[in-house]
Design a protein around this ligand. Structure first.
Ligand SMILES: [Zn+2]
Length: 497
């Protein structure tokens, strides 16, 4: 059944374009001032430690070659010059080829090799010095790179980001250290909101960190500091301030790794003392349960709340997507759903946001021309384009525009299509209501054309009317089927509803 519905939706969209594309383009043309370049677009899925492009990192490393002590290794303090000497390199030798952070043919289907690309010049020392917040120089270099990145975003004015930073759950001080780093370095930008990514690494912490005995130790390290900062913000001023800029939680790791499923009688977190990792769905449930309670508590106190937007469906089993459908507010990737029409249809009906990164997928899991992004878009799923890791995948100073540019060429998108995708990105993002109202219209939360303001979005009402009419029809059809209603009963039901 889902296959038919999805094929019909796709065919109807093609028909809509045949009949109305010229009209849509003409409406956008007479819309004064606004075009694709000056509609707001949010990079809804981007990792902080890979958010700078490779040339940016290279220039920064060259500029930093001074005699400052930057790392403690093998029993002695080393300056950056000494680190380079130990790698038998000079500033003159440094090139993008030498830096070697870009994904290439060797990384396709090899997430382990891709992870090594985070090491500039193949050196974990340089990764620690330039791409970590918790190092001997208190993350100074990464803070400076971030400030330069924010300046680039502000200069572009219409490009926004939701940078992901990690909390590992190894100890309870991680939050305070991260908040101190953010506040001390004044890492605030109108163009950015922070997302916290929790790597699914219980099994690694269990082996390497003595304080992690059972799974609940990790979960407590992640969430307890947040409850404390919500109870007594005055005791944690920097964390309280930082949390006002955090909009969501993400869950990250290689989904293609095999996992041990727990289909029944799942253990409670305080009894899971195995050295094995827990399955994806268990992590997502634990995150959802804690965020749900934390949000209720924060709402009562008048504080901001957090969405759950995990990585999901990049690779691996479909039960990851099932778990996210039940619990998440949006997901990053979702390309495995190309194999499941039922899940695709459910995501369509609920309009759950998908932040897809076709250029990243192309380097790691799926060739660009086979990416389902275009099919999802045509069928009316709520999709946005995102960069994932500009350091590894992109070539220019404006990676998000590069991502849109590539999709435009590959899928033959019109400017109206691109503006609709940009509008989706704002809707999916965690920016505040008042900000979204300014960017895409005062009534942006209303469905269909009533939620559109073409003077801000450059999307003709005609397009959003088509999308809304189709979604309403599908919903009504489902209601009729579920409740065995006749057409008349359904019409009076919908009128009341
Ligand atoms: Zn990612």
């Amino acid at each position: 059944m889902s296959v038919q519905r999805l094929l019909l939706l796709e065919a109807k969209f093609k028909m809509h374009l045949l009949l109305n594309e010229d009209k849509e383009i003409a409406i956008a043309k007479i819309n004064p001032h606004r075009d694709f370049y000056n509609v707001r677009k949010v990079d809804t899925h981007i990792h902080h430690s890979a958010s700078m492009h490779q040339k940016h990192l290279l220039r920064f490393i060259k500029r930093s070659l001074r005699d400052r002590v930057v790392i403690f290794r093998d029993g002695k303090e080393l300056t950056l010059q000494e680190v380079f000497d130990s790698l038998r390199m000079t500033a003159y030798d440094l090139s993008l080829d030498m830096l070697d952070v870009h994904a290439d043919n060797s990384t396709l289907h090899r997430f382990d090799r891709f992870n090594l690309k985070y090491n500039p010049c193949g050196s974990s020392r340089l990764r620690e010095i330039f791409l970590k917040t918790d190092n001997m120089i208190d993350g100074l270099y990464l803070a400076q790179i971030t400030q330069e990145l924010f300046a680039d975003y502000q200069e572009s004015k219409y490009q926004m980001a939701e940078l992901r930073v990690s909390i590992y759950g190894r100890d309870k001080e991680e939050w305070n250290k991260l908040a101190k780093w953010i506040c001390d370095n004044n890492l605030y930008s109108d163009n950015n909101r922070w997302v916290i990514q929790i790597p699914r690494l219980y099994h690694v912490h269990k082996r390497t960190t003595s304080s992690i005995r059972v799974f609940s130790d990790m979960i407590q390290n992640v969430f307890e500091p947040l409850f404390k900062a919500t109870i007594s913000p005055e005791e944690y001023p920097q964390l309280h301030l930082f949390l006002q800029q955090v909009v969501a939680f993400d869950s990250v790791d290689d989904e293609s790794l095999g996992e041990r499923k727990i289909w029944k009688d799942p253990p409670t977190p305080d009894t899971w003392d195995s050295e094995d990792n827990l399955p994806y769905s268990y992590y997502i449930y634990m995150m959802w349960a804690n965020i749900h309670v934390l949000n209720q508590f924060r709402r009562e106190r008048g504080f901001s709340t957090f969405a759950l937007r995990p990585h999901c469906g990049e690779a691996g089993d479909l039960d990851h997507v099932v778990a996210a459908f039940l619990l998440a507010d949006g997901i990053n990737h979702g390309i495995t759903m190309r194999r499941s029409p039922s899940l695709q249809y459910l995501f369509y009906l609920e309009q759950i946001g998908l932040a897809v990164s076709p250029m990243s997928n192309n380097a790691l899991f799926l060739q660009y021309d086979r990416n389902p992004f275009d099919i999802y878009f045509k069928r009316g799923l709520n999709v946005s384009l995102s960069t994932d890791d500009p350091l590894q995948f992109h070539m220019t100073k404006e990676p998000l525009l590069e991502e849109y540019g590539m999709a435009k060429q590959m899928f033959r998108y019109s400017n109206v299509d691109l503006c609709e995708i940009a509008r989706n990105s704002v809707l999916q993002s965690g920016f505040e209501d008042c900000v979204k109202s300014q960017w895409i219209g005062a009534n942006y939360y209303l469905p269909g054309p009533s939620g559109n303001d073409i003077s801000r979005t450059n999307v003709p009402d005609l397009r959003l009317h088509f999308r809304w009419a189709e979604t309403s029809l599908e919903w009504r059809r489902q209601l009729r089927n579920d409740r065995h209603m006749t057409l008349e009963e359904e019409q009076s039901y919908v009128a009341e509803w």
